[in-house]
Design a protein around this ligand. Structure first.
Ligand code: NAG
Length: 328
């Protein structure tokens, strides 16, 4: 079919749109069937076939796939829908009951919402992620056929909110900063990106980023910023005049259906680590752990680390970070 379509550019196209006149002419001239077929096969009356399939749809929701076409003067013979190579729906207008549904595992056609241009699938499951094709054929004598395909992704969103853990909330120029961002099980796994003050952190030798995910389990990304990493260097260079706090951010997304951010302020201190004025601590905690540790005692970088270790939260975050480091 494709080769015939390719050869259809040029002269014979003009017969499109004047089908009635075309037939009359043929009748009058009583041309041989071979010549007629030749002309008709090279005519191109089915035009502009377009497929519309949702790129992403949540499990349990319904999905309407549609196919638009311009038949010009030609009559429609059939519209067929395939999932992969398997036909699951056919529409033939000349039949008394024009709709046909074929059993394809996982596909549940909603006949009340399916017709010549669209087909609706009820409560989709993630197995229905894949390629859908719509094939439209003109009626006799041409049965000119076109086909288009598109991908649909069925998505299972995570049930839990994303969480960020950091190993320190204050760093000086010679410190590492380690963080882990986790998001509950989803399908497909979420994308996680890291930012500081809204600017993306790229993977470099001093900016280690690793992702891990297992089918049906939590997705996590670990970040390890080494001393003099590009992302932090620019802020340390501006000390003490400008920035004292930066905001570490983890963005979690799944196609167009989920977008969430977690923020964690990080305080930059002038090296070497010295006693920090108590009233500067606890003013800004993570939004998520705002009632976490408003510790007002004077802390050094080292003792602060100890405090985090002592808390249950700290133990959990250390476990995660250790796990993350082990994955590196
Ligand atoms: C993750 O990002 C890549 C690249 O931008 C994109 O192709 C993919 O669809 C994304 N995956 C999810 C689950 O959002």
């Amino acid at each position: 079919m494709a080769s015939k379509r390719n050869g259809s550019e040029g002269g014979p196209r003009r017969y499109c749109g004047t089908g009635g006149a075309l037939h009359a002419t043929f009748n009058m001239l009583a041309l041989s069937w071979i010549i007629i077929s030749e002309l008709l096969l090279s005519a191109h009356c089915l035009k502009d076939l377009k497929i519309f399939v949702p790129e992403a749809v949540r499990t349990g929701n319904s999905a309407t796939l549609s196919c638009q076409y311009d038949l010009e003067q030609a009559a429609l013979y059939s519209v067929r829908w395939y999932f992969g190579q398997e036909e699951f729906y056919r529409y033939i207008p000349r039949e008394a009951k024009p709709t046909f549904v074929f059993a394809v595992s996982g596909i549940n056609v909603d006949l009340s919402k399916s017709d010549a241009t669209s087909v609706t699938l009820k409560s989709v499951t993630r197995e229905l992620s894949g390629i859908y094709q719509c094939e439209v054929s003109e009626d006799a004598p041409l049965f000119h056929t076109e086909i288009r395909s598109a991908h649909m992704q069925v998505i299972e969103l995570p049930k839990d909110e994303p969480v960020m853990q950091v190993d320190k909330k204050e760093i000086s120029v010679n410190d590492n900063l380690k963080a882990v961002c986790t998001v509950g099980p989803s399908y497909p796994p979420a994308n996680i990106t890291w930012l500081i003050n809204g600017r993306k952190i790229y993977k470099t030798p001093l900016q280690r980023i690793s992702h891990d995910t297992y089918e049906g389990s939590t997705t996590y990304s670990s970040l390890d910023l080494l001393p003099h990493s590009q992302a932090l260097q620019v802020f340390f260079q501006a000390l003490p005049k400008y920035q004292h706090n930066i905001v570490l951010q983890c963005d979690v997304s799944i196609m167009q259906l989920l977008y969430k951010s977690v923020h964690q302020p990080i305080r930059l201190s002038n090296a070497p680590p010295t006693t920090i004025s108590p009233n500067l601590l606890g003013l800004e905690g993570s939004k998520r752990y705002a009632n976490g540790d408003p510790d007002n005692s004077a802390l050094t970088g080292a003792s602060q680390r100890c405090c985090i270790c002592c808390g249950a939260l700290g133990a959990f975050s250390l476990a995660l970070v250790t796990l993350a480091v082990a994955q590196l």
